[in-house]
Ligand binder design. Structure first.
Ligand code: PNS
Length: 159
């Protein structure tokens, strides 16, 4: 079985992430979305909330599974039996760091990274920007799935 991992922080998942996940699911037997547990960085959403939004947003895509991980990404790939990482590239500015990580990951374990060009509709979207716009009262409905829009609103209202 050909398995790929789409890793990230997903704080929260955006339409750009979803596009990469769904396109990857057409290319692989199974796609595992790996949500990083980063104890050094507190996010807006807990890892459980991120997973729940990802699960809801990917309902109907049967070969996608959502899991969390900590430690090295390549160890997570090995534990999941995944041979490939898929990363979206929004712009050339993403490339330098992604190339560095891809080379480190293949060197560490042989896990290959495939870069998928982001749909141009989503090339400027980043979770950080979505959070900033939402915090300042802007409308982010075009950029995130409905479940994220609702949870962002609720989270920011409760703060
Ligand atoms: O959505 P992000 O925050 O850009 O995702 C970054 C992520 C999770 C892909 C990256 O931080 C990562 O791979 N973290 C796991 C730790 C690791 O394996 N580090 C070595 C990478 S070469």
């Amino acid at each position: 079985m050909r398995r790929a991992v789409c890793p990230g922080s997903f704080d929260p998942v955006t339409n750009g992430h979803l596009d990469i996940i769904v396109r990857s699911a057409r290319l692989f037997d199974e796609v595992i979305v790996g949500v990083l547990i980063n104890s050094a960085k507190e996010g807006l959403f807990t890892v459980e909330e991120r997973i729940s939004m990802l699960r809801e947003a990917t309902t109907g895509v049967d070969n996608v599974r959502i899991e969390s991980f900590h430690g090295l990404l390549v160890d997570f790939c090995r534990a999941q039996g995944a041979q490939v990482l898929v990363k979206g590239l929004r712009a050339v500015s993403d490339f330098d760091y992604e190339l560095q990580m891809a080379q480190m990951n293949v060197g560490l374990s042989g896990v290959e990274t495939l870069f998928m060009p982001t749909n141009p509709l989503y090339s400027f979207i980043a979770s950080s920007l979505v959070k900033q716009v939402a915090r300042l009262g802007g409308d982010v409905s075009q950029y995130v799935p409905k479940v994220v829009e609702e949870r962002l609103e609720a989270k920011l209202r409760s703060r």
